[in-house]
Design a protein around this ligand. Sequence first.
Ligand code: IMP
Length: 193
Amino acid sequence: MRLCFATNNVKKLGEIRALLDRSIQLVSLADIGCHEELPETQNTLEGNSQQKARYVYQNYQTNCFADDTGLEVFSLDGEPGVYSARYAGVPKDDGANMDLLLKKMKADTDRMAQFRTVITLIIDREEWQFEGIVKGRILEKGRGSQGFGYDPIFQPLGYSQSFAQMDMGKKNSISHRGIAVNKLVKHLLGFST
Ligand code: IMP
């Protein structure tokens, strides 16, 4: 089966490809000739991942899946959530996003938060969603230089390091995206047997 991952992020693609059976041929947006920006105008992670997957399925007639991720801070009623990428405005700036979040949380003693990923899969018009969550706390100050986004200020529960202090393998083994991807892969392997 040919399946498009609605991304041009080569790293994300390679990670999932390594987990799949050879009977599933995983291709990127560029591989199917899609070079435009995918629409992401919904106000939930579920809505955005579905919107991106449906766009690809309807315009390119290709079985596919898309992901969307957000950081949800409990004391801020789930902010920045679906707006995580551009929390401090356009253009996207990871440093400015973290600064804004830390400023808003300055007086907060409740530092609990979670990363949440939602993946929407469409095969022959049928849709499924897979969710991955990792809970943790927002540090008062960034630590570490690996990863991306909010990694320096997010410390997963049960660990003494921030995500940015972990190597990629360790982060992937416990991360929101890792959990959602594992659910997706388990489901896809059912199709390939
Ligand atoms: P996307 O949906 O994967 O593009 O993620 C949206 C935004 O959430 C990113 O631009 C980052 O700011 C943030 N984000 C997503 N995943 C992670 C992560 O694993 N670590 C830190 N920040 C993340």
